[in-house]
Write a protein that binds this ligand. Structure first.
Ligand code: GN1
Ligand code: MG
Length: 367
């Protein structure tokens, strides 16, 4: 495929998936940090409009995209068999019958657009509780799914221990000469390393159960009905793999209970909102509490802290490597993201007792 303008590229991709009609409009969806996503609308013969999501998978981050599509197929068919009336992601097939189109260099997939809204930030506690419910429910829907059928799309994705070790290797090598600039951040991560990696080490030793988890539980990965504000479907299934249930919880509150954006440059605005934490906890714990062990429930706050430190380390590692993994919008974007996650981790630590109390209160409440 020659380098083409976006319009031509999307037209070409639409043809491969035999999308009916003429490309009418398109817009870039800017939520993701890895893949490139477009909402593409076609005008059909009867003049009606139909929209699709076209997604170019980042094959540097996901070197085995075919296996990802197989995982998604298995997971969505498991859910739709059990809950036939539930909305699941519908992927289109090419003329040769694959649910992707690949040239080796590029990897595209096309799914139906679901009319919906998503929340990057949210002050409505009922919606936050629904995000928790959606992710908790997703885990429960997959509780009887055999995780060994899934290809590990990114090995050790949430192995905090390995993520931190990798950061310190990069610090040693200092490949692009940025280490001096991030001395304080590196020092903080070093100071909390033992605490942040504890759960991941216990998971590796088999002391914490492996469950089929989503692994990227940002609130914008739940589609909501515009009118009823109820969840429709959980999306972004690229990293569905065996993992720790508590980390799904932790990653979600890291995002939704932050009073600022994930990449807020002014860290004075970054706090961990205990009211939002409680709302999310109600939704999530309400779904999973029959399935999780007491130990998993008791460690939800530590997991939230750990995954926040892990993401700080991932952003920092990328910064120190010259920004090869996450998309950036300006030169020190990854450093700004790191600082924001560190501010959040510190605030979680500060509020740890209160947060643990909230979890036990929510877990004891009868519906
Ligand atoms: C990436 O691209 P997106 O937004 O779905 C990343 C997550 C991070 C997140 C931080 C495969 O997810 O792990 O938590 O950015 N996904 C991958 O915003 O690395
Ligand atoms: Mg994702």
């Amino acid at each position: 495929m020659k380098k083409m303008e976006l319009y031509d590229t999307l037209t070409f991709v639409g043809e491969q998936f035999r999308i009916q009609g003429k490309l009418y409009s398109y817009e870039t969806i800017t939520n993701g940090n890895i893949n490139s996503t477009y909402k593409v609308t076609y005008r059909r013969g009867d003049k009606s409009l139909k929209s699709y999501i076209f997604q170019k998978v980042n094959t540097v981050v996901f070197p085995a995209p075919v296996e990802i599509m197989q995982n998604i197929d298995k997971v969505t068919s498991h859910i739709s068999k059990k809950y036939p009336r539930e909305v699941t992601l519908h992927f289109h097939h090419t003329g040769t019958g694959e649910n992707y189109y690949s040239t080796g260099e590029y990897f595209w997939r096309v799914m139906n657009y679901v009319d919906s809204i998503t929340f990057n930030t949210c002050d409505d506690l009922a919606v936050i509780a629904s995000v928790g419910e959606a992710f908790g429910r997703f885990q429960m829907q997959l509780a009887d799914f055999d995780g060994s059928q899934l290809y590990e799309t990114i090995p050790d994705f949430h192995n905090t221990h390995k993520r931190l070790e990798k950061l310190f290797e990069t610090v040693k090598a200092d490949p692009v000469g940025r280490v001096a600039e991030a001395a304080e951040e590196i020092e903080y991560i070093r100071s909390v390393k033992e605490k942040a990696e504890e759960l991941s080490l216990r998971y590796s030793r088999g002391e914490i159960p492996a469950r089929v988890t989503h692994n990227d539980t940002k609130s914008n990965n739940v589609l909501f009905d515009r009118d009823t504000k109820r969840p429709i479907v959980v999306i972004d299934l690229d990293t569905v793999m065996p993992g720790m249930s508590m980390y799904d919880f932790g990653d979600a509150v890291r995002f939704i209970a932050n009073t600022a954006a994930e990449d807020e440059p002014d860290i004075r605005k970054v706090y961990f909102d205990t009211g939002k934490f409680r709302a999310f906890s109600k939704g999530f714990i309400g779904q999973v509490k029959g399935a999780l062990t007491d130990e998993e429930i008791d460690n939800l706050v530590l997991a939230s802290f750990s995954i926040t430190v892990e993401l700080a380390a991932r952003f920092l590692d990328d910064y120190l490597n010259g920004d090869t993994y996450f998309k950036i919008n300006y030169p020190d974007h990854n450093l700004v993201r790191t600082r924001c996650q560190i501010a959040l981790a510190k605030n979680i630590e500060l509020k740890e007792d209160e947060l643990n109390w909230i979890v036990s209160d929510v877990a004891q409440t009868k519906e």
